[in-house]
Design a binder for this molecule. Structure first.
Ligand SMILES: C[S@@+](CC[C@H](N)C(=O)[O-])C[C@H]1O[C@@H](n2cnc3c(N)ncnc32)[C@H](O)[C@@H]1O
Length: 292
């Protein structure tokens, strides 16, 4: 079985052999972001420690020369920004990864869900009241040493060829990507998960992996990376600590659904270190909103 979903802590990826993964695409939990993960971590240091341990495991399982792409942003809590992006770059370079690129993902104006702080200046049109709304996140691209371009057969290259017309039309060649985020519609499958839009893993998987290879998402959430990986002819492996997401992931990946289209099969492993988080987190978000 090549597709796997493991419910457990990604600080330990014992199910995976060394150098067995060809690409990592992920977005870590947004520290203790009030709208998604209030008080998930005891402290910022604990969050960074989890990131360090996961980076260490990624270094072990990722094949030589391959890419780990991290979608992340600084987190704003009680008016203070935590420098998540800078710290993740530091953690990965200390693990021996090359910091290859930073792409800025820009979301459309009007759909932002979290910080609408810019109105403060309208109420107080004076210096010192400037708090801009945040429309961007970073897609950090780390590389595990040099890639041997000759190790890939001509046939595999042809099968994985990138559509240059699309590359130019959609301006993938820029380090700024304009992509609509998952919209905050009530009752959407990804409610409370901070999912990224499919277009992000779609571009990254096409740009940094070949058909038939294996993509890993250590923070699987609703399963977006695996869905896209399979659509693009790649195998997918995901870790997710919250066993309450099983239903959402199954639905997104079409597991157990009687469908006319054939869906790939997944091995699902339930480890002892899994947790049950979502209900508690969502209740905390509700209570925080009430007390605003
Ligand atoms: C930002 S979400 C990922 C969303 C995903 N990209 C999607 O499109 O649905 C981060 C996920 O990491 C999970 N998580 C947090 N700590 C973890 C850990 N130590 N190991 C595995 N998963 C973890 C959270 O429960 C959450 O679902």
């Amino acid at each position: 079985m090549t597709n796997k979903i493991i419910f457990g802590d990604a600080q330990n990826m014992k199910e995976l052999e060394d150098s067995s993964i060809h690409l990592v695409v992920t977005s870590p939990p947004y520290f203790n972001a009030p709208f998604d993960y209030p008080d998930l971590f005891e402290s910022y240091e604990q969050f960074l420690n989890v990131m360090k341990n996961v980076a260490n495991e990624i270094k072990r399982v990722l094949a030589k020369g391959r890419i780990a792409a991290f979608v992340c942003d600084d987190t704003l809590i009680n008016g203070e920004k935590y420098p998540v992006v800078a710290d993740i770059i530091k953690i990965f370079t200390e693990q021996g990864f090359k910091y290859r690129e930073r792409i800025t993902w820009v979301k459309p104006e009007g759909y932002i869900r979290i910080s609408r702080r810019s109105g403060v200046l309208i109420q107080h049109p004076y210096p010192m009241y400037y708090y801009p709304d945040n429309l961007q996140e970073s897609i950090l691209i780390f590389q595990n040493g040099d890639f041997d371009y000759k190790s890939i057969s001509q046939r595999k290259k042809q099968l994985s060829k990138i559509d240059i017309k699309q590359y130019q039309r959609e301006k993938w060649f820029l380090n700024v990507w304009y992509i609509t985020n998952v919209l905050p519609i009530n009752n959407r499958l990804e409610k409370g998960i901070a999912a990224f839009p499919e277009e992000i893993p779609r571009r990254l998987i096409k740009l940094f992996s070949f058909k038939g290879e294996t993509v890993l998402d250590p923070f699987l959430g609703s399963g977006t990376t695996l869905k896209v990986a399979n659509e693009l002819g790649r195998n997918g492996i995901g870790y997710e600590i919250d066993a309450e997401l099983l239903k959402v992931i199954k639905e997104k990946l079409g597991i157990n659904q009687t469908k006319l289209v054939k869906t790939p099969s997944y091995e699902i492993i339930m480890r002892d270190d899994k947790k049950y988080l979502r209900t508690t987190l969502q209740n905390r978000v509700k209570n925080n909103n009430k007390s605003r």
